[in-house]
Design a protein around this ligand. Sequence first.
Ligand SMILES: [Zn+2]
Ligand SMILES: [Zn+2]
Length: 379
Amino acid sequence: MPDSIADLLPSLVDFRRDLHAHPELGFKEHRTAARIAAALREAGLEVHEGIGGTGIVGVLKAGSSGRAIALRADMDALPIQEQTGLPHASCHAGVFHGCGHDGHSTMLLGAARHLARTRRFDGTIHFIFQPAEEGLGGARAMVQDGLFQRFPSQRVFALHNWPDLPAGTVATRPGPIMAAADKFEITLRGKGGHAAMPHVTPDAVLAASDLVGQLNSIISRRIPPTSSAVLSVTRIQGGHAHNVLPAAVTLGGTVRSFDPPVQDTIEAALRQVAAGVALASGTEADITYDRYYPATINDAEAAEEALRIAAGVCTSVRAPEPAFTSEDFAFMLQACKGAYLWLGQGGASAPLHHPHYDFNDAIIPTGVSLFCALAESRS
Ligand SMILES: [Zn+2]
Ligand SMILES: [Zn+2]
């Protein structure tokens, strides 16, 4: 029985670059899912397709134990125009694997292929390939489609490549690791009218600029200094001519936090501030506030296990603090104990979601070995 994964690497690099060249947006990962399902079947796994849309679960059993572990990768790409100029660059205009999900799927497939031939575990391994991580909640769709009822697991683990860490280093932490992500939109409505007669219409532009300042004081004035949160106004739209006061101005942005009480305070303050600015300016405020991803909270025991297991594979580091980016693996961690791990990809490439980003193929062996070690220790 082969113990090394070295012989798999050339085909895994080819697979990753093929996925990279053919990226698909969330819930449209039809070619990607078909390629993964075919490769899992070829390796001898039982394959379940169409879970939560284009999601796949591959099942591998060995021995007689009733223990089961789930390992998860994401499959979707981003609506970005790639600018790497690489030979395996995206064939699809405006769609790009700018977050490395092509690498995550490849590493999980590599683990499935290796474990299928070694069978050096006792129990069941569920290989989860999920759709639509980038803002559309593919993990929630799979959980709502009965993922953990159909494939009960005592643990679930996921990896994300991390440009801020040296290549091959793994980091995680007990408790919060990624932030809750909320988005808001506020429209201030006046009447609109001639810019030379501002006394006859509420000025939605001036009110919106006041509101940007007020919103930016919420974190510093309403949240305890010992807590962490971010509020960013990212968009203002309104007006079209130099001599017209617009009837409405819309602004939008995002809020990131880790603790639900902090999240509650921010939403309440945002509503209060918007209503106050509207009252003071004579405009009316329409507010929508959407909590789309919860915070990703690692189970403390599972995170410690993962750190211990990773130390047998590569450099394993306890992350000192969580990141303010978000991750829909949060929904899986609400349904099953587990942990989310960062796999260093080195700083040579651009940051995640940048048009020059590319997944570092040199970390494929570490990712495959880590998935295998997690499965061998827990199944
Ligand atoms: Zn991303
Ligand atoms: Zn990602």
